[in-house]
Design a protein around this ligand. Structure first.
Ligand code: NDP
Length: 239
């Protein structure tokens, strides 16, 4: 059955692969990004692209109005949008810290809050948050990012408890290193260093993250909530 799906940051990288996977399966898919453009890879599907900066509560509210009008209440939310501003602690400005938290954690809160309203009325729903292996293991130079991604775990598990009785599951996917714009900025030395810690010896393709997200959104995962699913080639060894 075709469901109403929203993927934040669905215009590129991991979000794009997730949007593609749901569209391919016949779901009604909305994507948000700051540009609101439909990427070339989604042109063949009937995807709704909405402009929405998740750091702005009003834009999030307006985006949900548009999505609900055009494809119905969101039944599957994938909160994927995120940023990095990497630097060592003593060089990290308060803005470097606050802006990453505001996008990755508070931005996710803004989106999930809007989605939960509709899901509570529907008495069903699937929420998947995209965290990161570094939220669980920590990462030098990424204190802001790791804090935001660890925060998503506590956030998701609290909501799993709040919303479970209404047939809404809330889970976290924690990718390792994935080939996208976000990791393209890493130099060869850093890439080699990362790969030396990955038992599978390679980065993930975005579609491999999408597979886990699709599973958590499927009927087969109806009894899974509050879980953190690593998709990291073994980098975090299950954490
Ligand atoms: P990209 O940098 O390729 O894409 C980031 C996405 O987030 C874009 O769609 C971007 O939209 C959106 N976004 C960023 N800020 C905002 C904002 N303020 N409002 C709305 N949308 C915003 O990243 P990835 O695809 O690599 O990452 C996707 C998610 O996966 C992130 O949460 C990231 O932390 C996580 N992740 C990535 C890993 C990796 O190795 N790549 C590893 C682990 C986790 P726009 O086009 O408007 O900028």
């Amino acid at each position: 059955m075709s469901r109403s799906v929203l993927v934040t940051g669905g215009n590129r990288g991991i979000g794009l692969a997730i949007a593609q996977a749901f569209a391919e399966a016949g779901d009604k898919v909305a994507i948000t990004s700051r540009s609101g453009e439909v990427p070339e890879a989604l042109a063949k599907y009937d995807v709704l692209a909405v402009r929405c900066d998740i750091t702005d509560a009003q834009q999030v509210e307006d985006a949900f109005k548009e999505i609900e009008e055009k494809q119905g209440r969101v039944e599957v939310l994938v909160a994927n949008a995120g940023i990095t501003k990497d630097t060592l602690l003593l060089r990290m400005s308060e803005d470097d810290f606050a802006s990453v938290l505001d996008t990755n954690l508070t931005g996710t809160f803004r989106v999930v809050k809007q989605a939960a309203r509709g899901m509570l009325r529907l008495r069903k729903g699937r929420v998947v948050l995209i965290s990161s292996v570094v939220g669980l293991t920590g990462s030098a130079g990424q204190a802001n990012y790791a804090a935001s991604k660890a925060g998503l775990v506590g956030f998701a598990r609290s909501l799993a408890r709040e919303l479970g009785s209404r047939n809404i599951t809330v889970n976290v996917v924690a990718p390792g290193f994935v080939d996208t714009d976000m990791t393209a900025v890493l130099d060869d030395e850093r890439r080699a260093e990362i790969l030396s810690g990955v038992p599978l010896g390679r980065y993930a393709a975005p579609a491999e993250i999408a597979s886990a997200v699709r599973f958590l959104s499927s009927d087969d995962a109806a009894y899974i909530t509050g879980a953190v699913i690593p998709v990291d080639g073994g980098l975090g060894m299950g954490h």
